[in-house]
Design a protein around this ligand. Structure first.
Ligand code: ADP
Ligand code: MG
Length: 259
């Protein structure tokens, strides 16, 4: 008997972007935000997308999430379930408790009450907030609020997480803790993560692969696998030296545009 490798087409990607273009507005006001962006994200892969402010990172995540439509090109998702998008602002309802904030999307999806209560308890456990279930958002720190948002996001059971600078507003220590938690959840749930940041160290800490976008219009100018063994520390020399290399690339790119 001979063993043959499966054909390449069997190993489907979680997200496939082919020549994605986005133009905002029209006529003389038109802004070309993305210009023919092509990118494959494998199942279970953690990809960090890095680029200068205004280069089209949020635009790209919005298109993948289906919140907006591409002007050209093609976006393929391998699963029926829509990806879930998480932002820098946790956007919790201030009048709802922590548990109710996490429960709301389950309620909207029609999950029965008993099951909902169970799911909420599990989700709060995952983000280590069980003791804060009955608190209001204003009673929590910024990092805890972002963990509530993460629990709510995970409650969508989406295999693909799109994260738009989710930890950008947090202090360094809180952010480090959330990196550890996100990494643990990503491994346990075998998620695919597309994570946007302008923090190159954060990208080197988290990613399997770093993808660099050019200044507007966004297109991919550089990418590198991150082969540093996990668990990683953001202040390790390996992370720092890879971050320095990627930062140099980014500087060249920003310099080229005279910013
Ligand atoms: P990033 O997230 O990388 O900072 P964005 O995706 O938010 O960048 O924006 C990319 C470019 O598209 C920017 O120049 C921005 O001003 C422009 N842009 C974003 N949203 C809109 C919109 N709704 N209408 C017009 N221009 C927009
Ligand atoms: Mg943005």
């Amino acid at each position: 008997m001979t063993l043959t490798a499966p054909p390449q087409s069997v190993i489907a990607n979680a997200v496939t972007l082919s020549g994605v273009t986005k133009v905002y507005g029209r006529g003389s006001n038109a802004v070309l935000a993305l210009d023919g962006l092509t990118l494959d994200v494998r199942h279970g892969e953690f990809v960090c997308l890095v680029g200068a402010s205004g280069c089209g990172k949020s635009t790209l995540l919005n298109l993948i999430a289906g919140l907006d439509r591409a002007t050209g090109g093609d976006i393929q998702l391998s699963q029926d379930r829509a990806p879930t998008l998480m932002f820098q602002d946790p956007a919790l309802f201030p009048w709802l408790s922590v548990a109710s904030n996490v429960e709301l999307p389950l309620k909207l999806r029609g999950v029965p009450k008993e099951e909902r209560k169970k799911r909420v308890a599990e989700l709060l456990e995952v983000v280590h907030l069980s003791e804060f279930a009955k608190r209001q958002p204003h009673e929590l720190s910024g990092g805890m609020r972002q963990r509530v948002a993460l629990a709510r996001t995970l409650g969508q059971d989406s295999p693909v997480l799109l994260m738009d600078e989710p930890f950008g507003a947090l202090d360094a220590m809180t952010r480090d803790l959330l990196h550890d938690e996100l990494e643990r959840i990503w491994t346990q749930r075998q998620l695919t993560v597309l994570f946007v940041t302008h923090n190159v160290r954060e990208a080197a800490r988290l990613a399997d692969r770093i993808v660099l976008l050019s200044s507007r219009p966004g297109r991919i100018i550089y990418e590198t696998p991150v082969e540093i063994p996990r668990p990683r520390r953001i202040d390790s020399t390996e992370v720092a030296s890879l971050a320095a290399e990627v930062t140099d690339r980014l500087r060249q790119e920003v310099g080229r545009h005279g910013r």
